[in-house]
Write a protein that binds this ligand. Sequence first.
Ligand SMILES: [Zn+2]
Length: 177
Amino acid sequence: MFYEDLSPYAYGDEGDAFSDLTDGMRFVSFQPDYERLNIGWLESGRPWTSGPAPEGFIGRLLAIVDAQQVNATLGLHECDLCPAPLPDSHPWYVPRAGNLRTSAGSGEIRVPGPHGTAFAAPHLIGHYVADHGYLPPQPFIDAVFAFDPHGLWPAKFPGVRFPWIPGDAALRHIDEE
Ligand SMILES: [Zn+2]
């Protein structure tokens, strides 16, 4: 699926759901009061920018990808920039030979941006940057350097590594649905 970088996020109106993986399958979902801006929704045949990443950027981005799981129920999303589809025999969570990151994923990340905005990127952005040389727009690069996904957020949500969770949001077990 393709969305232009920095366009408004419009993937349904379900709000954002952050999973908490510290104690079984729990999640907190809420209508965000930040504006969501798309980053890294690449698709073969659509334009995207490439270039050398600034020193340290890839490591910072991958730390966020590994820490967050947002809207994880939207299904598996496979990279179509890779030269061929993954063969059935290849587990989706194992990187291709020569790659740093798996070329399929589900879920998204949120990176706090300026002035009440958060960048909304697919988990696959780690693969796009590390293995395809995708260079996101500078405001996103700045936001990644400014964000610590292991910062001390309210203890109520120990596994939800994002600062802008409303105080009245409730953490729920998946089996309470
Ligand atoms: Zn790929």
